[in-house]
Design a protein around this ligand. Structure first.
Ligand SMILES: Cc1cc2nc3c(=O)[nH]c(=O)nc-3n(C[C@H](O)[C@H](O)[C@H](O)COP(=O)(O)O)c2cc1C
Length: 180
């Protein structure tokens, strides 16, 4: 039987390292994330960013959460509009993910003109051909010094064409590999 005593390391067990920013980043790079666009509409202008910090929260009521940097413009606009669209990206959306992460400099307006958008009931734009898109109203919000944890109540689910998911792992965009 395997002992869980801290004085007897389990074979192959990773060594505990102190938490510093380098170890934090290295660790988080292994936390593979699904890539999404978190969007909103403010004064008739669409805004959005690329985000992996999105997850399901509850089925009843239907809620999800997204963590958005408070230093960015999109956070302010979501705060004001209380509307949030979450478009789950396919690998075919790679260029869009880069544009919404400011990894390529195409300008904020072109971010939206380069793709087809659907206008939801709540008013938040979502990508027309996302794998799936969630139209949300902001339900609750927790603001930490760096990020807002935004809980959205899902008002509508829109299914787009199927495809390989866009993922982010070890600092690169990727997709699922076939299991052996
Ligand atoms: C793969 C990837 C995932 C990201 N995930 C998040 C995230 O979950 N939350 C966030 O606030 N920013 C995230 N970012 C950074 C934003 O996309 C980036 O800072 C964006 O340009 C901010 O736009 P804004 O200034 O319009 O708010 C991510 C970037 C990349 C490349």
């Amino acid at each position: 039987m395997t002992s869980l005593s801290p004085s007897l390391p389990i074979e192959g067990q990773a060594q505990g390292l102190p938490v510093n920013i380098e170890h934090f980043r290295r660790g988080m790079r292994r936390l593979t994330g699904a890539v999404n666009l978190v969007t909103t509409m403010h004064r008739d202008q669409p805004h959005g960013l690329t985000a992996t910090a999105v997850c399901s929260l509850s089925g009843q009521p239907p809620r999800l959460l997204a963590c958005v940097n408070v230093a960015g413009k999109t956070f302010d606009y979501i705060l004001q509009s209380r509307r949030m669209g979450v478009s789950v990206l396919a690998y075919r959306h790679l260029d869009l993910a880069k544009a919404f992460a400011n990894m390529v400099d195409i300008g904020r307006e072109k971010r939206f003109s380069d793709a087809a958008w659907a206008w939801t009931d709540t008013g938040a734009p979502v990508l027309s051909d996302a794998l799936v898109a969630f139209d949300c109203v902001v339900d609750e919000l927790f603001v930490t010094p760096s990020h807002g944890v935004i809980i959205g109540e899902i008002k509508q689910v829109r299914f787009g064409p199927e495809g390989d998911p866009l993922l982010y792992n070890e600092g690169v965009f990727t997709t699922l590999r076939a299991t052996p």
